[in-house]
Design a protein around this ligand. Structure first.
Ligand SMILES: CC(C)(COP(=O)(O)OP(=O)(O)OC[C@H]1O[C@@H](n2cnc3c(N)ncnc32)[C@H](O)[C@@H]1OP(=O)(O)O)[C@@H](O)C(=O)NCCC(=O)NCCS
Length: 208
């Protein structure tokens, strides 16, 4: 039975675990620094903290970080890589990933998501439930495309950026690194690095 260890016993972690089981992983367990106070994450056991995972990483056929925060996800993935963990990519069987697209290590593609031809998706990226990443899009590392968000063709999203639930992005638009696109935003022009945009058409607001 193939065993997968997930770091991050969160709600997002539950969805990753579910996708992994659907994709054929036989056993999934969580590690989280909230252990031993937290011993369950939904249907799955939490069996240790980050230090425990680093020391036991070779017991698992695969490891993945299931933490929503993009920068934390990336840092933790780097630590697992440094410990020679077998970082895996999880694609839910009811997602469509074009054979002409690329999806990086440690990335997860949830149910009903679509990644079309010639899209390039970096490492530690979340393409969440029902999100679409159309042809020729380029997503950097540790990006999160939230549920139901849609990137038209040729959109680029810089490292560590987060596109909120239900957002829509016009074709060819560049979203800089560390940017945040608010829930439901309609992005029709470039989004500057480290900015937060909301609304239709999306405009910058200052971050809280
Ligand atoms: C954009 C966002 C990050 C702003 O969060 P915040 O910094 O806490 O900001 P606040 O909630 O204090 O709102 C600040 C102002 O922006 C407005 N605003 C916030 N989010 C907005 C959005 N998505 N669209 C339009 N306006 C929004 C608020 O109404 C408020 O306006 P006001 O000053 O006139 O009252 C957040 O609302 C958001 O959309 N996050 C994405 C959530 C998401 O997609 N989750 C998916 C999880 S998988």
């Amino acid at each position: 039975m193939k065993r997968l260890a997930l770091l991050g016993a969160s709600g997002h972690g539950k969805v990753v675990a579910d996708a992994a089981i659907a994709a054929g992983w036989g056993d999934v367990v969580f590690f989280d620094d909230a252990w031993p106070n937290v011993e369950k994450n939904g249907h799955w056991a939490v069996v240790g903290d980050m230090a425990a995972l680093l020391s036991r990483v070779h017991e698992f056929d695969g490891v993945m970080v299931s933490i929503g925060n993009c920068e934390v996800r990336w840092q933790k993935q780097r630590s697992l890589q440094d410990a020679n963990g077998a970082i895996v990519t999880v694609v839910h069987p009811r997602a469509y990933v074009s054979p002409y697209a690329r999806v990086g290590r440690g990335s997860v593609v949830m149910a009903n998501a679509v990644i079309n031809a010639d899209a390039v998706v970096g490492d530690a990226v979340i393409v969440n439930t029902g999100a679409t990443v159309d042809h020729d899009c380029a997503l950097g590392q540790a990006v999160h495309i939230s549920p139901g968000a849609h990137l038209s063709g040729n959109v680029s999203v810089g490292d560590f950026s987060w596109v909120g639930v239900g957002a829509a992005v016009r074709q060819g638009t560049r979203i800089g690194s560390y940017a945040l696109v608010g829930a439901g935003a309609v992005v029709v022009s470039a989004v500057a690095e480290r900015s937060t945009v909301v609304g239709c058409p999306a405009k910058p607001i200052s971050k809280a």
